[in-house]
Ligand binder design. Structure first.
Ligand code: GLC
Length: 726
């Protein structure tokens, strides 16, 4: 729920990622990689702009602008914009494409991620007026690009658009295209002669598409140029027409973002709303195979679905188009040995193809390796549908892959080794996005303080002052409170924003009626009724977890508890004759009245009657149960005296195996949550703390490495994210 930490542990890698982007930056766009891809690529630019958005908005805007400067008159945003100064190292280039009017572009498009990127740019911008101007400039261009897709790529008005070349999918040699490509009969004699250039950069052929694939890629380009890039003629003759899940899901998500952009600009959004509705319905209804319980691409040339098992099958999560039950079914496959299950070991987040298939290849391009962009989209989709633990684990893997193995184009899904081009731009850009988004959120907290907007509270606010009924509370009261708060949070979780709408929650009758009333009962609770240690632990953990959310709601915290200095000491509950702030509960009671970090004294002084309630010793596992400690905490509804130790074990295991503990064997380093720095003493010192970690780490090569190198490993601390971890 709340996390306290900094990108300090990542500083060098953040620098390295920025350097890659600097080196690939040409002055108007960023090359996907230094040599293999010297021109501007369509969806690469969107991913790259998302990375820039965190620290160089100008460049981010430039990146998108230079792409749209080359938009075709019919609205199509080309897949490649060729740099006239860099010709000669890539195939096919303009001499081969021969597109109308001598344009220096290819003649196909790519997944339309740009509205998604533009919305992010606006969100991240400090200068909102400037960002709005940029949106104004882009809005008509974005509309034209989506309109092109609906007009020319969905001639039957199905809500789903087709791609007409594997390169349009962005996942060139995906196993999904094997069957449709095989159906294309090639007369080698009639194929224009060509020379592959992708194998001249030192990348082994077994990491790239095959020659047979290339023949078919070339065959299709040749067909397009013979048909003069007329969409109608292509629709009639092209043997490769697929309603691709990846493409349509991205379009669907982009429609949502385009709608939001339209709202910011107060533009008429009726047309976009129509696209949003039509495409999300079409994905959910037309691309779902009820019999095989999965989403599938539709091959229009054959009039039948493609039964494949690639990561694209899960993209309706990113689209937000899957129903809850479809999402559940997908999750079962996604989180299985086919696609690397949680804590499985010997794999690194989601590979692009089912690992149990005979033709799965962990090295070959889109036929098995891990790609950061696909995982980045899927992790967002999973977050949206509430699969936070999985999304968190994926983010952790994604951040670690480039740190451990370099900023490669793709990674071996079993060993993590980097393949394809090195210094790959979107890997660097999305790494930056992940690190900034994931570990660096508290920057906003600081901003608040600097702006002098922090709200100092003179007094502690007692949150359970409401009138109470006659019925005396039972010791279950804290369990009930935590469970009720959990339910309320779920109810007011806003899927689109990816966060709890605390404002709406505060104004709801459920909150006022149920929550306020139950918490008021605490005033009549007699703490002497808690006799066993288990009862005490459960009671106080539940109460702490509750009061923090209660405080956020009541004090109107918007993004970080740092908005209110000493937040934890300014919110309290009255229990019987005593008042306990959140801080009292944590340090005074649960930490056995130990000194809080960076404070000279313990909280309950000698004559404080509340000392009688302090626990006698510290169980360090409480740190992982208090307000969930981590984003990836187990969804424990409330702590129960009877199961308290098992629950603490679960919470601890989850925390220790989440992104709060990152082992980097190649660097002989461990990055740890600040919790381990602040509360080292609670574990009994560094040595015991390391033993503790060893005990809870899931067994894999990294935990083995840690056990073997405990004495020499370098520790760095991640900073604490004070932001609301909705
Ligand atoms: C390859 C990838 C494609 C990417 C391009 C440039 O063609 O398959 O997705 O956009 O390289 O990085």
């Amino acid at each position: 729920m709340l996390r306290y930490f900094s990108t300090r542990g990542f500083r060098n890698y953040v620098k390295a990622a920025k350097k890659i982007l600097d080196n690939n930056w040409t002055g108007s766009y960023t090359k996907p990689s230094p040599r293999l891809y010297p021109h501007q690529w369509n969806w690469d630019s969107a991913f790259i702009a998302i990375g820039y958005a965190h620290y160089d908005l100008n460049r981010a805007q430039q990146e998108i602008l230079s792409l749209f400067e080359n938009q075709w008159p019919n609205g199509m945003v080309p897949q490649i914009i060729f740099n006239p100064e860099a010709l000669g190292h890539y195939f096919p280039e303009p001499d081969f494409w021969q597109v109308p009017d001598g344009r220096l572009t290819s003649g196909i498009t790519m997944p339309p991620l740009h509205a998604i990127a533009c919305r992010r740019l606006h969100e991240k911008a400090k200068d909102k007026d400037g960002a709005r101007e940029f949106l104004k400039l882009l809005f008509p261009k974005l509309i034209a690009s989506h309109r092109y897709l609906y007009k020319f790529r969905d001639p039957e008005g199905t809500g789903l658009v087709y791609i007409r070349h594997p390169w349009e999918s962005g996942v060139d040699n995906s196993p999904a295209w094997d069957r449709p490509l095989r159906e294309i009969q090639i007369d080698k004699g009639k194929l224009p002669s060509y020379e592959r250039k992708d194998l001249q950069h030192g990348i082994p052929a077994d990491q790239r598409p095959s020659d047979d694939d290339y023949d078919r890629y070339v065959y299709l380009v040749d067909l397009f140029r013979r048909l003069k890039y007329e969409e109608k003629g292509i629709y009639e003759e092209c043997p490769f027409l697929i309603q691709d899940l990846l493409f349509n899901s991205i379009l669907c998500r982009a429609n949502h973002d385009l709608l939001e952009i339209g709202k910011v600009l107060k533009e008429d959004t009726a047309e976009v709303q129509g696209w949003v509705d039509q495409t999300s319905r079409a994905i959910s209804e037309r691309l779902w195979c009820e019999r095989c319980k999965q989403f599938e691409d539709m091959d229009l040339s054959e009039g039948k679905p493609l039964h494949t098992a690639t990561a694209a099958n899960f993209m309706p999560l990113f689209a937000g188009a899957a129903s809850k039950s479809q999402a559940e079914i997908m999750y079962e496959t996604l989180n299985s040995v086919s696609f690397c299950a949680l804590h499985q070991g010997n794999c690194f987040t989601i590979p692009n193809y089912d690992m149990t298939r005979d033709d799965f290849d962990p090295k070959n391009y889109w036929r098995g390796p891990v790609w950061i962009n696909i995982n980045w989209m899927l992790s967002q989709g999973l977050t949206g549908y509430g699969y936070k633990q999985k999304a968190d684990a994926m983010k952790k893997d994604m951040i670690q892959l480039p740190i451990r193995f370099g900023f490669h184009e793709y990674f071996d899904s079993q060993t993590g080794k980097g393949y394809g081009s090195g210094n790959f731009s979107w890997t660097a850009a999305l790494f930056l996005d992940l690190v900034y988004e994931y570990y660096d959120k508290d920057k906003h907290g600081f901003k608040w303080l600097k702006l002098g907007k922090s709200r100092k509270l003179k007094e502690t606010k007692v949150l359970n002052q409401g009138s109470r009924d006659q019925v005396a509370p039972s010791p279950d009261v804290a369990c009930n409170l935590m469970a009720t708060m959990g339910d309320l949070k779920e109810r007011f979780y806003n899927l689109n924003r990816g966060s709890v709408d605390y404002e709406a929650m505060k104004n709801s009758s459920e909150y006022r009626r149920i929550y306020q009333q139950t918490s008021a009962k605490l005033q009549d609770f007699n703490l002497a009724r808690l006799s066993s240690l288990e009862e005490k632990l459960a009671f106080w953990i539940n109460l702490y977890n509750t009061i923090v959310v209660h405080g956020i709601v009541e004090l109107g915290v918007s993004s970080s508890v740092r908005e209110i200095p000493n937040f934890f000491s300014h919110i309290a509950y009255r229990i019987g004759d005593y008042k306990f702030s959140a801080q009292d509960m944590e340090h005074g009671i649960l930490r056995a009245n130990s000194r809080p970090p960076y404070r000279p004294f313990s909280l309950f002084r000698r004559n404080d009657p509340r000392r009688q309630f302090s626990l006698k010793s510290i169980d360090p596992r409480i740190h992982f149960a208090l307000v969930c400690g981590s984003r990836s905490c187990a969804p424990i509804r409330f702590y129960e005296p009877r199961g308290i130790y098992e629950q603490l074990e679960i919470a601890t295991k989850n925390f220790v195996n989440s992104s709060e503990v990152v082992i980097l064997p190649e660097e002989n380093k461990i990055l740890l949550s600040q919790i381990f720095k602040w509360y080292k003493g609670d574990f009994g010192g560094k040595k015991q703390m390391f033993e503790f970690l060893q005990r809870y780490l899931n067994p894999d090569e990294k935990s083995d490495f840690f056990s073997r190198n405990k004495d020499s490993i370098v520790v760095e601390y991640l900073f604490y994210d004070w932001n609301l971890n909705h």
